[in-house]
Design a protein. Sequence first.
Length: 254
Amino acid sequence: MRRLFPVTDLTPADDEGEWSLDQLADAYAYPEQDSPWLRANMVSTLDGAAQHDGRSQPISCASDMLIFGTLRALADVVVAGAETVRLEGYRPARAREAFAARRAAAGQGPAPAIAVVSGSLDLDFSLPLFASPLVPTLVLTGTGAPADRIQAARKAGAEVVIAGEGSRVDPARAVQELADRGLKRLLTEGGPRMLGQFVAAGVLDELCLTLSPMLTAGDAQRIAGGPSVAVPERFALTSMLEEAGFLFTRYRRI
């Protein structure tokens, strides 16, 4: 049974307590504003693991994937690090009929673009993500990216976006470069290193975090890694849903 907590006004759409896609889309709608809004979607176990055996799927559940799909369907662009793209087997985002009217009304295309962050461009450009996406995939890289890899990316049909110096992609510049292309509703799915860079740069506006009622021990990564911030940044809880012990939370930067 899916339960509702007071911090959200989302109520089940039917007698079995099922949330409809329209309800979830309304509940997770992006704020109406001209500036870009960067949202992250991550899952964590009770003991802080963001992965099991290198992937997030083993600590997820069906409702988590339902919300995952809804968040994607609301976004202009999905931003992911190269390592996550490889480990999770990323494919192009697909058009979903259930969200077609909503996306059209918001002036969006049929599906979000995927933006891959990679300084080295060590990517397989023959994969469907690059070779046959519904919307051209973007590759965010730095000025020092190998020229032959830039050429290979462009030959495959990807749009190469320079968003940093040398081999480094600057998180704030990446957000602005995407926004300058009209991609202002941003969603990052990690991985932990990518999310950590957004946090350290102070450009993360919202975190949608699924707390999985599992314990894994081991040395799995947290949801955010990399450089620490001098002063922890405070976020406010704006909504929370529960099903079978899974908590689906949403936090916004104060």
